[in-house]
Every structure is written in structure tokens, then in C-alpha cells.
Write a protein that binds this ligand. Sequence first.
Ligand code: AMP
Ligand code: GLY
Length: 433
Amino acid sequence: MNKKIILITDGGGRGAVLVDKYGQSKHVGRILVVPGNDLMQINTDKKVITYPNLKTTSIKEILEIIKKEKVDLVDVSQDNAVEAGVVDEVLKLGINVVGPTKQAGQIEWDKVYSREFMVKNKIATPKFYSFNSEKKAIDFVKKNKNSKWFVKASGLAEGKGAIPAANLDEAIYAIGEMKKFGLSGETFLLEEWLIGEEFSVFAFSDGKDFIYVGSAQDHKRVNNGDIGANTGGMGCVSNPLIFDENIKKQSIEIFHKVINGLKDKGIFYKGVIYLGGMVVGKKLFVIEFNARWGDPEAEAILPSIENDYYEIGMAISRGTLKKIKIKTDKKIRMVVSLCSKGYPINYSKVKGKKITGIKRALKFVKIYGAGIKKSGKDFVVNGGRVLFVVAEGEDVLEAREKAYNAIKLINIEGDNLHFRSDIGWRDIKRLKK
Ligand code: AMP
Ligand code: GLY
């Protein structure tokens, strides 16, 4: 049998876990990753080829690679790549793709469109108001002095486009910040600030049918106790207790509404749908939809899938998901992001510092690289989130013990390692009650 060649667009931990999953497939021969990173080869026995000089949006070069290497399946798993229309261009070559077209992915890259879509399809969402004039927005908040807002750029902003505003002064400041996001912030939203518990849930969709895959609870703030700057994600746990039967039922109803709402517009969504939810009382509100796996949520959920991932990818692409039954183990996984000290604000001094202990830690946990590269014989820092440690257990306490014991073995030269030591605190507290 001719072994299949996969191309993944991602450079971080999410790309690394996809390498792991596709690498486990009996069908797969080689895996190409744009841009990828130097640690990915540890995640599979299959050959991994990376393209460090390209971006996930380097469409021309990606298409050339696909043709030259005779790629069989492309997995577009990164938000900028979806927005840039990588999927659309790959489809023109007649190649199978996991990932939504630019139009289908608009539910992530255009927040005003996304909120309006939710209202039209009766999906519970925070109240919102959209603006493209700073003055009109300021007049509006002045009239609503006692409200608390989330002020958000409508476009993609590397996860930095949502600013909380607890009073009038903060709202005026946040509105002023929107221009820093360039085109992404030309249109912006004022959203009602909901108070509740956040989690995320993921489904595969082939445009006609969808399958629920798993849930996770991420910690976005940089420091223990959920304080400090917002980040891409400092760690998460899978199957969080907040995701009970009631919330699962509501999530599935929402996925139905999304797939059908898009289908009604003639849009067939093929790929992973990420629902970022907030539970207020017993009701699920949608904070956002993303058109891809979350990072680090992917690192917690993908390892639980027992199916051949290439077969899932092909079913998504070909519209035959109905024939697949997804099998997942029931383990709890904890992911801890190991970061450069100073992340996400300023960590330029940590770049190039040596990382030690990966090999020893690998005996106990999985490790997925992100901001990391090889320098001679060593691995060195090449970004803010450097690597992700993933541990599994029967419950969150077991997963936690394994994760943090392994982390004790890892360091960044000059005491430059930063991580949170309270990942999973909500479920740990619930279990200990
Ligand atoms: P976003 O950039 O839309 O992913 O938002 C980043 C984070 O801000 C979310 O994960 C939430 O923690 C928070 N957030 C965004 N919108 C709201 C909202 N309307 N109410 C409360 N929290 C929000
Ligand atoms: N961890 C959040 C995200 O991937 O958007």
C-alpha cells in the first residue's frame, strides 16, 4: 500500500499533537509541517519535515510543496491560515483538506458576523453592540456609565483583541486601543461582561454531520490564581467537571444550530469547530467560535482519540463522517505550558537559552514543542510558550501529580522557566470537597 503524505499548517503544540496522531495512523508515511518546529520529530517514528522559513499563510509555497511532495491530505489547523484562504486554494488542486474554507471560518475571524449569526440561529450570546467610530462608541459608554464591557476587535488579533473594561474610564481606554489592531480593530464590539465559568468543547464536522469529540478547561491568564495578562493558554484539563450532562446537551444543540445555520447559507463547514463557552447559572453562553483546535486544548483531547486519525481526516474531507464512530478513552489529561520568563509581555532575553531535561521527562509524560529549536546538540528557546507537558490519569489529581513531577526535571538556563502551578484548580477543589 502506498503510504500517505500529510501536510499540517501549524508551528506549535497543536501542530505537534497532530503530528503524533497522524503519525500513529497505519496509512501515513511522511508528515510535512509548515512551519513546524524542531521538537516535532520526537512525537512520531514517521519522518517529519518542517519548513521553518515559511508561515502558515505562505499560500504559494504551500501549494508548491503539495504538488512537489504529492501530498494526500492537508490539515489547516491555525486561525490565520483559515482566514487567508489556505483551504480554498488547496481545494482548487483537488486535494483533501481538514479545515474550513475562508467563508466557513468567518465564524472565527469576524466577530461581528459571528455574533449576528448566533442571534439569528438563537444561540445564547452576551449582548453586543458593534461600532466603527471611536466617538460613537465613547458616547455610547458614557450613556451606559454603570455597565461593564468586553471591548473587542472584530478581526483576528493573536488572542489580544479582547479588553475587559470594568468602568467608564477603562471602557474609554479600551475603545482607544482598538486602532492598535489595524484593520482587525476598524470594526469593534462592546459586549456585556458575563460572569461565569469558562470551558471549551470540540466537534468534527463534515458540512452535513458533526460528532462531539471532547471538552477542556483552559487557563488563559499568565499567573496562578487566574491573574495577570491574557495568554494563548497556560494549561488545561480535559473532561472538566463543569462539562456535565446538562452542558453537554446544550453544547450539542448549539453544534446542530451552527452546522444547520451555515448549511442554510450554502456553507459546508469541514473541520474542527471549537465552542468557547461560559456557564452562567446552568445556562451555556457562547463567548466565541473558533474554526480550529484550541492550543493547548488539542494536546489534552487528541491523545484520547483511539481511531485512526487519517481516517477521521478523510471522512471530514469527503463528507462521510456519519460512517465513523469516534472512540475516546475516559482518562483525564492535564497540559501545562512551560514558558519563557516574561511571557507574554517581554521575553526577548530568554530567546536562545538552553532547555534541559526533556529526555528525562519524556519517560513519564508526553511533550509537545512550540517555541523551541535545535542549536547544535541542544534545544533552545525560540518563543513565549516553549513546550507543553501532557500527563494522564484516572482523575485530575493523578494527572496533576505526574505533570508536575515531570516538570521538576525540566529547566531553562538562567532560571528562565515560567509556568503555572495551579492548572486544573477548579476540578481539584471540587474533588477535594
Ligand atoms: P476572545 O479574544 O474573544 O477569545 O476573549 C478572550 C477571553 O476574554 C475569553 O476567553 C474570556 O475569558 C473573556 N471574554 C471574552 N468575552 C467575554 C464576555 N463577553 N464576557 C466575559 N468574558 C469574556
Ligand atoms: N487556548 C485558546 C485558543 O486556542 O484559542
